[in-house]
Ligand binder design. Sequence first.
Ligand SMILES: [Zn+2]
Ligand SMILES: [Zn+2]
Ligand SMILES: [Zn+2]
Length: 275
Amino acid sequence: MKLRYLGTAAYEGVPAPFCRCRVCRGSFRAGGRALRSRTQALVNDDLLLDFNADTVCHSLMYRISFDNVRDCLITHSHSDHLYPMDLEILSDPISHEHPPLHFYAGEDGYNKIANEIGLHRMEERAQVTLVRHGDEFRTAGGYRVLALRANHTKETTPLFYAVERDGKRLLYAHDTGVFPEEDYALLKAFGRFDLISLDCTGCLGLDWDWRNGHMSLKTNLEVMERLRAEGIADEKTVFVAAHFSHNGGQTHDEMVPEMAKHGILVAYDGMELSF
Ligand SMILES: [Zn+2]
Ligand SMILES: [Zn+2]
Ligand SMILES: [Zn+2]
């Protein structure tokens, strides 16, 4: 399985436009891996994780046409994860050679996507399935998926996802604070994970708890310990931190050595991992 991070920032991006904070100024100066667009990822070449306002930009930046994408899992309806107005792109008659795109989303995202599909009468071009936490399903493209309850803004019906194909398992946990207790039993039943990507909006978490809504290195370590204790992760599991905000307080280069002490990789835009 292959995971490619297309974007690794929270909604404001890093550096955030109009911001003159230390992290944003430092990231502007540094360039390269310090520059982050909004969170989105691609599994292999056919499963998109989230559909945000940077989707078009990601296709151009990485020269990925998304030709092979069959499925798109939506974590929740915040704008850095779902930008429904861009679904209209799929309604263009010129793009009719693309097979229908299958979206999977919690209630709020489902309603927004279904509304767009209805508005543009594009039922042949895109479909959406309502997902509830605890649901296990197989996508049109053949992935086994489990939806977990996320510890995040309730109005956005937040979920995060476990994904399996060919015996390999990925846990993609953005945006969430420390996992709700009920998730651990579901994850344990799903199987041991090869790669776990954790929300780390709060970066190193030096001046804030980052327990609910989002996490930081400190709370990532707590979750990692529990995942290992439950056998959901082991010493071979790769851990990655992503979805960073300037509010966390550190630039990419400031996070790397600290995260490395705990065996955590710091995601950057364009990072590709095979497992
Ligand atoms: Zn987010
Ligand atoms: Zn800033
Ligand atoms: Zn969010």
